[in-house]
Design a binder for this molecule. Structure first.
Ligand SMILES: [Zn+2]
Length: 407
C-alpha cells in the first residue's frame, strides 16, 4: 500500500512558520529586483507593473481586476503579440490568493519580465505571445501579503483583511454555500472570468510541491473530471521538466508530483472547481514550494526549475481544440454524465433566447455566480432575458444543461 498522504495544508488552520525574518529581503526600488532574490514592497510591485507597460507598450497593457478590502490593486498584465490574431485563445495565471504563499508571486513577476523581454529575440516566446493572449495576475490577495504594511511580506497571512480564506469563498458548483459573504477580491475575480473566455488557467499556492488538478470537491473515484487523462499528462510534463533541473522537487505529497485534488483532500468553495464548472475553463492549482514564505535568497533556485514548465503550461492551451479528443466541450454536462440535448439559439443572445425543442419539465436559468435568475415553464421555448445583465448563463433542465452568453 502507498504511504498515507501528507495532509493538505489548506485543510488546517495556519501554523506560524519558523521564518527567520532576516531571511526576507525586500526590494524598495525596481533596480533592487534585478537579481530576483528579493520580494518587492507593494509600491515597487506597482511600479514594476507600470514600468513594463512603458517599456513594452506594443505587446502589453495593465488591467486592474479590482481592489482589495483595504484598497490595494489587484493587477493583471495582459501580454498580446504584435502579430496576434483577434481570436487567439486566452490564458490566465493567478497567484497568491493565500497571502503568505508568496513564491508564486515573485515567479509570476519574473515570468512577465522574461516573456516581455524575450519577445522579438527569443523565438519560442515570440511565437507563444503571438499565438496566445497571456494574462498574469501575480498577486490576488495583496492585503494578506502586505498584512504588516506595504514595506514587507514578513508576517503575511493566508486570509484577506476580513480574515476570510479566499479559496473557500467561491460559489460552489456542487451545492455548499460559502460560510462568509463573497469577498471583494473574489467578486472582482468572478467578474474578470465572466468578461473573458479563459480556456486554460492556473492558480498558484505554496506549502507543498504538487500539481493539483480538478476536482477538489470529489475524489476521482466519486466523480472524475471529464478531462482527467489530459490533466495527468499535462501535470506529468510539468513535473518531469522541473525535475530535469531539480531532482528533489515536487516530492512532498507523492512520488508522481501530481494528484487529483480530492484524492489529496476534499474541499468546497474553492476557485478551481468554480472556474472549471461555471466558466468552462480548465483551471488547476499549482502548489509550487514546500515553504510558504521562502527565504528570499532561495527564489532564484525555484525559478530555475519552474520557469520552463510555466512557459510550457501556457503552450498546452494550443492542444485544446474542438476537434481534439481531449478537448473540453462542456465540463458541466460531462460531469453530470449527459450529452446535453438542450439546444439554444442565438448565442450570443440579445433580449430573447429560444430553445430548439421544448422541454417536458421546467428549466432553470443560472448566472455565472451560480445564482438562479429565471425559470422557464415546461413546454415553452422562448426565454425573455431582456432584464438580465450581460454575461454567461447556464440553463438547466433536469440533468441537462447548456450555456450561452448574453451581450
Ligand atoms: Zn494556498
Amino acid at each position: 500500500m502507498s504511504q498515507p498522504l501528507k495532509p493538505r495544508p489548506d485543510a488546517f488552520p495556519p501554523v506560524p512558520e519558523n521564518n527567520d525574518v532576516k531571511a526576507i529581503q525586500m526590494a524598495t526600488t525596481i533596480a533592487e529586483m534585478a537579481d530576483w532574490d528579493r520580494y518587492p514592497t507593494y509600491s515597487t510591485y506597482v511600479a514594476m507593473m507600470n514600468r513594463w507597460v512603458e517599456q513594452y507598450p506594443s505587446i502589453c497593457r495593465l488591467d486592474t481586476i479590482g481592489t482589495s478590502v483595504n484598497g490595494r490593486l489587484i493587477l493583471c498584465m495582459v501580454i498580446k503579440g504584435e502579430s496576434a490574431m483577434d481570436n487567439n485563445p486566452e490564458f490566465f495565471y493567478s497567484s497568491t490568493m493565500h497571502g503568505d504563499e508568496v513564491t508564486g508571486y515573485v515567479m509570476m513577476l519574473h515570468l512577465i519580465d522574461t516573456l516581455l523581454s524575450g519577445y522579438g529575440s527569443n523565438q519560442q516566446y515570440t511565437d507563444l505571445i503571438d499565438s496566445v493572449d497571456i494574462y498574469i495576475n501575480p498577486l490576488s490577495n495583496p492585503d494578506g501579503t502586505y498584512f504588516r504594511g506595504d514595506n514587507t511580506v514578513s508576517g503575511s497571512i493566508r486570509y484577506n483583511a476580513n480574515f476570510v480564506d479566499l479559496n473557500r469563498n467561491y460559489p460552489d458548483p456542487f451545492g455548499t454555500a460559502p460560510l462568509d459573504p463573497e469577498q471583494p477580491e473574489n467578486t472582482a475575480m468572478i467578474a474578470y472570468f465572466t468578461n473573458h473566455h479563459f480556456l486554460l488557467s492556473a492558480n498558484l499556492h505554496g506549502g507543498s510541491e504538487v500539481m493539483n488538478y480538478p476536482w477538489d470537491s470529489f475524489t476521482s473515484s466519486q466523480r472524475p473530471h471529464p478531462n482527467r487523462e489530459w490533466w495527468m499528462e499535462v501535470c506529468k510534463r510539468f513535473v518531469d521538466t522541473c525535475r530535469m533541473y531539480s531532482r528533489s522537487c515536487f516530492r512532498d505529497v507523492n512520488s508522481e508530483g501530481y494528484i487529483a485534488g480530492g484524492d489529496w483532500y476534499v474541499i468546497s468553495n474553492g476557485r478551481q472547481d468554480y472556474v472549471n464548472y461555471y466558466h468552462n475553463c480548465l483551471e488547476m492549482t499549482m502548489e509550487v514550494s514546500s515553504v510558504k514564505t521562502l527565504s528570499s535568497d532561495k527564489l532564484p533556485s525555484y525559478w530555475r526549475f519552474l520557469q520552463n514548465s510555466f512557459v510550457n503550461y501556457i503552450k498546452e492551451i494550443l492542444s485544446i481544440t474542438p476537434d481534439d479528443p481531449v478537448a473540453i466541450h462542456d465540463v458541466y454536462a460531462q460531469t453530470m454524465g449527459n450529452d446535453c440535448n438542450l439546444a439554444l439559439y442565438p448565442n450570443p443572445a440579445g433580449d430573447r433566447v429560444f430553445l430548439r425543442e421544448s422541454m417536458p419539465m421546467e428549466s432553470v436559468l443560472y448566472n455565472a455566480y451560480g445564482a438562479e435568475v429565471l425559470r422557464l415553464p415546461a413546454h415553452q421555448k422562448v426565454l425573455d432575458i431582456s432584464s438580465l445583465p450581460t454575461g454567461l448563463y447556464i440553463l438547466r433542465c433536469g440533468i441537462n444543461s447548456t450555456k450561452f452568453i448574453k451581450r
